[in-house]
Design a protein. Structure first.
Length: 449
């Protein structure tokens, strides 16, 4: 065991920082993406879909927190699945997590470009998205990372802007607008809308990737997760309902900048306040953009270090001490996605990865309860086994709905998985037992923690 393997990250994060990280990772989902669900389900249909997905996230987060506190390792779902089900379980969970974060990044980049285009129509969306991609790749390679204090400030700013948005549009809310064409596609539309409802909360699971840097993780991780989720639930329903009631919602159902457009309807596009609102909105998107790049590159690095991806992706830059190849590889995938796919398709792929990871995590929870009954669990999933079972059931239904309504697109996900699986077997990685602190039970762990 090398010295590098036994190094410990500094534990400095408190619940308030975890709240900021959880909300900052997700907050961009309140600004765009979710409104695409209106186009396939209508306002009431999407409201029902959001209630279903919110129940999934409540039961999932309470269950996932048991895993995060029991095995507080940056490997996240990859670590839990490996420990529960071995190499193939780890591979599937790791692959799903990579798809989750690697495709969330280009979706946010496109939204950033769309917000700039709203401010100035001479700024092209595509080139703005690529510009942000390059800039934040360079920033991450240079090691200029978001401090906990900066994360807290920018998150509070983003939340405050959404509260301000609700305050401005709420007097103009009309229930007849929201209830106009409420379910144009019937009950089928609800299932089609499930992945867009996920976008309201997607990436909150990224908090697990800083588990090694949390003070007293057994107590503080649950506080951070639960407070973050409560904030996001309030904002999700508030933004969705009030936005849908200020005009004909169909005008907003296919835009990458629904909130600035909604403000412009209320105040007028010439209003300076409309421009200010869109400008401030960039900070919320940047917070999520930077966070997803950090999370995805860390996952690439961790899986490469464990031999699940090419080893060169785990190389660390000698000067800046950052996993530069992992960051560049993630950036390359983001470039391809921006060029080849529209926002809708990118979001669906990202959600597909997230949902697959949620399913693997809940299965891991059930397996570990049986396989390691004596594992220290300072936080246990309430109402077990009901909570993880509900989360697993809704996640499974959502996964099936994504495949049914996006069959051709879902083939990309499975083709990628098949390629990774074939290479994994041909290289014999499934025969190699990894000796890392999260891979084995404490009784046989050679590392003195």
């Amino acid at each position: 065991m090398t010295a590098a393997k036994t190094e410990q990250l500094k534990r400095v994060l408190k619940p308030i920082h975890l709240w900021a990280i959880a909300v900052s990772l997700v907050i961009s989902g309140e600004y765009f993406g979710w409104n695409l669900g209106w186009a396939v389900s209508g306002t009431v249909g999407f409201l029902i879909a959001t209630v279903i997905i919110t129940i999934m996230y409540i039961t999932f987060i309470f269950s996932y927190t048991e895993l995060t506190t029991s095995i507080p390792h940056a490997g996240g779902a990859f670590a839990y699945a490996y420990r529960a089900m071995g190499p193939f379980g780890g591979l599937l969970a790791g692959y799903a997590t990579l798809v989750d974060f690697l495709f969330a990044t280009p979706a946010i980049a496109v939204a950033l470009g769309a917000y700039l285009n709203f401010l100035d129509h001479d700024i092209p969306v595509l080139y703005s998205a690529l510009f942000f991609n390059v800039v934040f790749i360079i920033i991450n390679i240079l090691g200029v990372k978001e401090s906990a204090t900066f994360s807290l400030i920018i998150t509070i700013l983003a939340v405050a802007e959404l509260l301000l948005f609700l305050g401005i549009v709420s007097p103009h809310y009309r229930s007849e607008n929201f209830l106009s064409h409420p379910m144009p596609f019937g009950w089928r539309g609800i299932f089609a809308a499930l992945p867009y409802a996920v976008w309201f909360y997607l990436a909150i699971e990224g908090v697990a990737m800083v588990a090694e840097e949390v003070k007293d993780p057994k107590r503080n991780i649950p506080k951070g997760y639960i407070s973050g989720l409560a904030t996001l639930i309030f904002l999700a329903f508030g933004v969705m309902i009030f936005t849908g009631g200020i005009t004909d919602w169909r005008k907003l159902s296919k835009l990458d900048y629904p909130l600035p457009e909604a403000i412009s309807i209320v105040l007028g596009k010439a209003s300076s306040f409309t421009k200010i609102f869109a400008s401030i909105g960039l900070f919320g998107l940047i917070a999520s953009f930077h966070g997803t790049i950090l999370a995805s590159s860390r996952q690439v690095f961790a899986m490469a270090r464990s031999g699940y991806l090419p080893r060169w992706l785990s190389m660390v830059n000698h000067k800046f001490k950052t996993p530069h190849w992992a960051i560049i590889a993630g950036g390359a995938i983001s470039f391809i996605a921006i060029y080849k796919l529209d926002t809708n398709k990118i979001i669906v792929l990202s959600v597909m990865g997230a949902i697959a990871m949620y399913m693997m995590s809940m299965i891991s929870l059930f397996v570990l309860r049986i396989k390691e009954p004596n594992l220290e669990r300072s936080f246990k999933s309430p109402f077990y086994p009901a909570f993880p079972a509900i989360a697993l059931l809704i996640a499974t239904v959502t996964f099936v709905a994504i495949i049914y309504y996006n069959f051709k697109l879902s083939l990309y996900f499975f083709e990628g998985l098949a390629l990774v699986l074939i290479l994994f077997i041909l290289l014999g990685k499934h025969k190699v037992q990894l000796i890392e602190d999260f891979m084995v039970a404490p009784a046989t762990n050679p590392v003195n923690q």
